[in-house]
Design a protein around this ligand. Structure first.
Ligand code: SF4
Length: 310
């Protein structure tokens, strides 16, 4: 990956709007003479990625752009833009300046559309710029989205739903500042509020980590449901591509695919060969965090998320 490199990804219906073509030209010239995020590095093969798509192909087309950037390109960032938009030459630099690989890996620029504002004098039609932001709208007999005509930078999340998202009641409304306040002592860092409101400041880039659990299943087919058990206690949380996690999961899946019987699930395979063998086959270090409490192991062996060494 080339740090700071950007792919410009866009879909078009077979033609570009003039405002888009001119903006793209200006952005390329600007980039070539300043930051070289898009052009200028010979190892950066995917500076521009444009695909033709109809309106119904837009979600699949955008997923495809993201897949190419993640799997094949050297880019750190993907800037998706519509082929009927105009934008400033330094848009990419400004977006990246507000992004953070841990706390804000996805950022967006506010776009404005020209909407008809009725008739003006001399039979002319008036237009005005409105932000392309929407909110849910529900009446007794209608449900849908309406355009947010007025926006402010500090008003991006709904306060009541953010407060309601906290299972420990740690979030309270701060009406004076039109925001919320978090009681640190009550917060258990479950992350629920973050899913409702990405502005909630709970990410910790230094100490966040990922653990890998294997063998769990809900289904009763062939054998009883099983708990997942801890395989790897801690891996660095390293977006946007999580190389350590990808490597660990690939290793487990490849060892499982090599040694399991046909149709055998991963938990069934581990139970058959034994957890000791699972650790030796996968080469995963065995640590004290994996071990069930020795005194009570006979009682908790089947229900603990750890396991008992035989
Ligand atoms: S992370 Fe803290 S504040 Fe957020 S929902 Fe969980 S307990 Fe509440």
């Amino acid at each position: 990956m080339i740090r700071g490199a950007v792919t410009i990804g866009f879909l078009h219906p077979g033609q570009w709007q003039a405002c888009f073509a001119n903006s793209l030209n200006e952005m390329m010239f600007y980039d070539a003479t300043t930051s070289n995020r898009i052009v200028g590095n010979p190892d950066h093969r995917f500076g521009l990625l444009g695909n033709e798509a109809t309106a119904t192909q837009i979600p699949a087309g955008r997923n495809k752009l993201a897949r190419v950037v993640l799997d094949e390109s050297e880019s750190e960032w993907l800037f998706i833009v519509d082929a009927d938009m105009g934008f400033a030459p330094d848009t990419v630099d400004r977006l990246i300046a507000t992004a953070d690989r841990y706390t804000r890996p996805v950022v967006g620029g506010l776009a404005f559309a020209h909407k008809s504002d009725g008739s003006g004098p001399f039979f002319a039609r008036r237009y005005r710029a409105v932000p392309t932001l929407y909110r849910m709208w529900e009446t007794d007999d209608e449900v849908g989205f309406v355009q947010n005509m007025y926006i402010s930078q500090t008003n991006v999340c709904e306060i009541p739903s953010t407060v309601a998202s906290c299972p420990t009641g740690a979030i309270r409304g701060d009406m004076k500042n039109k925001s919320v306040a978090v009681n640190e002592e009550k917060c258990m860092y479950c992350g629920n509020c973050y899913t409702v409101c990405p502005s909630m400041p709970i990410a910790d880039p230094d100490n966040d980590g990922i653990s890998i659990w294997v063998g769990g299943k809900v289904s009763n087919a062939r054998s009883a449901p099983m708990f997942s058990k801890l395989a790897i206690p801690f891996l660095p949380n390293n977006p946007p591509r999580w190389p350590e996690v990808v490597h660990a999961v690939k290793n487990i899946i490849e060892v499982y695919a090599t040694h399991a019987r046909k149709h055998e699930r991963i938990g069934e395979w581990i139970n058959r060969v034994g957890w000791e063998r699972f650790f030796s086959l996968t080469g995963i270090p065995f640590t004290d965090q994996h071990i069930d409490d020795f005194d009570l192991a006979t009682e908790t062996f089947r229900t603990s998320a750890q396991f008992k060494w035989r």
